[in-house]
Write a protein that binds this ligand. Sequence first.
Ligand code: SAH
Ligand code: SF4
Length: 456
Amino acid sequence: MNETLLQQQIYTDKVKNFTLGQQKTYKIQTFGCQMNENDSEKIAGLFEEMGYLESSDNAIPDIVLFNTCCVRENAEQKVFGHLGVLKKQKEQKSDMVIILSGCMMQQAGTLDQIKKSYRHADIVYGTNKSHLLPLYLYTYLSTGDKQFFTEETGQEIIEGLPIKRESSIKAYVPIMFGCNNYCSYCVVPYVRGRERSRSTHDIINEINYLVNQGVKEVTLLGQNVNSYNSEVDFADLLYLIDKLCDIKRIRFMTSHPKDISLKLIKAISEIDKVCNHLHLPMQAGSTKVLREMNRKYSKEQYIDIINNAKKTIPNVGLSTDIIVGFPGESDIDFDDTLEVISTCQFDFAYTFLYSKRRGTKAALRDDQISKEDKSIRFNKLVTLQNSITLQKNISCEGNIEKVLVEGLSKTNKAVLTGRDEANKIVNFIGDKQLIGQIINVKIIKGKTWHLEGEIV
Ligand code: SAH
Ligand code: SF4
């Protein structure tokens, strides 16, 4: 066992002894992306090892942890709003421990704001520090001293931490951490540190372990999986997983258009286990805006990649991310975005209002777009994309799709729900014994947010 894991184990045992005989509970609230969701699964694993149980919905837990996000301002506002509510709960239960972790804590200035205005927070730590949670918690419990650790150190990858996964059918597998791209609007490189890839060997071992546990689908995670750089490159990682792991389905996100290779597009089309789906954030349609965003591709280059993917990968599902209202974006620039949307015909798009992020280059610009203009453009974009999504879903009617059955529909317990290879939600009537299996479903009706089908 390496020194880090040994230390984590020592403090895990100390917390366990400290709370001996009392069944303590924890609750984690996750904000933001899949990487954060995966980090929270690891945090849950640590709490369980320390003898804590996940609290039931209505009970006030002994520990509340917010795993935070700061990619857009509304994610931050949500955290502050929830923290305000917690203050009242802590007045009722004074020994409740409040822990804040993740990206937002790593941002310059946030810790000072918390110390000043949210003094009920007890432990605060940034990204890449979760393995030290047992140490922070033990020190806080045994001394009562608040623990604040947000300085940017510790970029090493810690393998072998416990994990409590949300699903027994699908799993996230991070393959790399951090980002080197410095898109001019984005805070991620500042709060997640430099790019570093996990070893291919560790990834294959983790997937094989998951297969033994009955997991059917893995999603390989990274801010830019195309720049995965370890024993092999990303496309070869897909070939290796295909060869060495008996996993049924492989997904991945996110790909950066500047790094996507023909080799990768070929790998997606050649490897049966890799789902026919490509999430390729375009961010904006105008070459001028893309240059100012530091994205390193033009409108034409983006469209070429999409055309290539459509030509090479049969029935490929395409999705993207788009930002509306980047500083200096003119009506003509925005029209370029609408034009690329019409040309590419994405199955789905995640659409965002540009949000000014402290410390980024774009935040310093004095040609910020007004809230009104942003929202008019946003509505136009969403209306166009929704009509395309609906048309594309209608065009699936009559197709037979392979669906991984994930569970019961939240709104109707007689209905099962799952996803097809293109990542579309498919709802159909069926026996819950089918949960966890990949089955053929005939698409009967395409709706905007899902497909309705029947088992073949
Ligand atoms: N690494 C991924 C995305 C990470 S953030 C990639 O590059 O594709 C997820 C999405 O949030 C981005 O694709 C972008 O569309 C959006 N985003 C990031 N910063 C933003 C900001 N300041 N305002 C609005 N949207 C933003
Ligand atoms: Fe942010 Fe760009 Fe890195 Fe994605 S690639 S995380 S948008 S800086």
